[in-house]
Design a protein around this ligand. Structure first.
Ligand SMILES: Cc1cc2nc3c(=O)[nH]c(=O)nc-3n(C[C@H](O)[C@H](O)[C@H](O)COP(=O)(O)OP(=O)(O)OC[C@H]3O[C@@H](n4cnc5c(N)ncnc54)[C@H](O)[C@@H]3O)c2cc1C
Ligand code: FES
Length: 283
């Protein structure tokens, strides 16, 4: 009964934006920072659930409340009432966030969407780039099971979470596209061998969609159940605007995590996405 009441309370509170103080900032590498916050609701996030993050623009020196753009960010780790968002600097919003310091406030709505629900005892996590963020939380939550992890980056300077994952996983295989660290190649390359060697029950994957599509094909060939955390341009994050549609699904509400069985029925996975202006473009 308490669980039902808690769930209803969470559903109400996770759709309201709240202002949270940045309590700590860790520079993971030159391009990626983890921001730490305290909140009792967001720490209940399933791996790959996300928040819509509002970063008040500060370049003018003043907080400008006229730009209410929010961007989706996965929860990357949880410890008691504290959680982290691990952010790669891309454009306007993440660029502003990188100027923020401890003690500054940002807005957050969440946790939102449907996360990973890994079945079985031997799990293979496959991460490309910033896709490692939700998979770190998954590795944390699955302690007690055998976690094997492939962490891929374009080059050595782009790698992050190596030390954290070494502690959480039975095996960690690192790949870099240019061979500057770990095994030369893409994160999908070691997947067939690792599935066979460790008798994998379930694959969980997050990263660029072309790479996830390759992992999807490998999982289909090997007949291993797989789940993928997808990205689409999101405006509302609440299932209202329809901008994040993938065939019959809304990524923000029905996903971002989808099973191979669900993705098999779509035409656009690995092929098309909708851009900021609403145009359908090739991935
Ligand atoms: C479910 C989900 C979880 C994500 N988790 C993380 C994470 O943990 N860490 C992380 O660094 N990034 C994450 N992202 C990607 C992140 O949302 C974009 O990098 C961010 O929105 C870029 O914003 P910007 O203003 O800095 O860049 P812009 O210059 O505005 O855009 C750069 C690129 O980011 C993407 N983007 C921009 N705005 C949005 C938006 N509202 N929704 C989706 N994509 C957008 C577009 O592909 C765009 O080409 C996630 C995306 C999704 C959908
Ligand atoms: S972002 Fe609005 S419906 Fe998904």
């Amino acid at each position: 009964m308490d669980e039902v009441r808690d769930k209803k309370m969470n559903e109400k509170t996770n759709k309201k934006m709240k202002m949270l103080e940045i309590e700590d900032i860790i520079e993971e590498n030159k391009f990626i920072k983890s921001f730490y916050f305290t909140d009792k609701t967001i720490t209940k996030a399933e791996p790959a659930q996300f928040v819509m993050l509002w970063v008040p623009q500060t370049s003018s020196g003043d907080v400008d409340f006229s730009t209410p753009d929010q961007i989706p960010m996965s929860v990357s780790s949880v410890h008691k009432d504290t959680f982290a968002l691990t952010v790669r600097k891309y454009g306007k919003t993440t660029g502003e966030l990188f100027k923020y310091k401890k003690g500054d406030y940002v807005g957050m709505t969440g946790p939102l969407g449907r996360g990973f629900s890994a079945a079985g005892n031997r799990i293979l996590c496959v991460a490309g780039g910033i896709g490692a963020a939700p998979l770190l939380l998954l590795a944390q939550k699955l302690q007690g099971r055998k976690i094997h992890f492939v962490l891929g980056a374009t080059t050595k300077n782009e790698l992050f979470f190596e030390k954290k994952l070494e502690k959480l996983c039975s095996t960690l295989c690192i790949t870099t596209d240019d061979g500057s660290y770990g095994v030369k190649g893409f994160a999908c390359d070691p997947v067939p061998d690792m599935c066979e060697r460790y008798n994998i029950d379930q694959i969980c994957c997050c990263g660029p969609e072309i790479f996830m599509y390759k992992v999807f094909e490998i999982a289909e060939t090997l007949r291993i159940p797989a789940q993928f955390s997808l990205e689409r341009y999101m405006y509302c994050g609440l299932g209202l605007c329809g901008h994040c549609a993938l065939d019959g699904y809304l990524i923000c509400k029905d996903g971002p995590v989808f099973t191979s069985e669900e993705l098999k029925k779509t035409k656009d996975f690995g092929a098309k996405k909708v851009d900021e202006t609403g145009m359908k473009i090739d991935i």
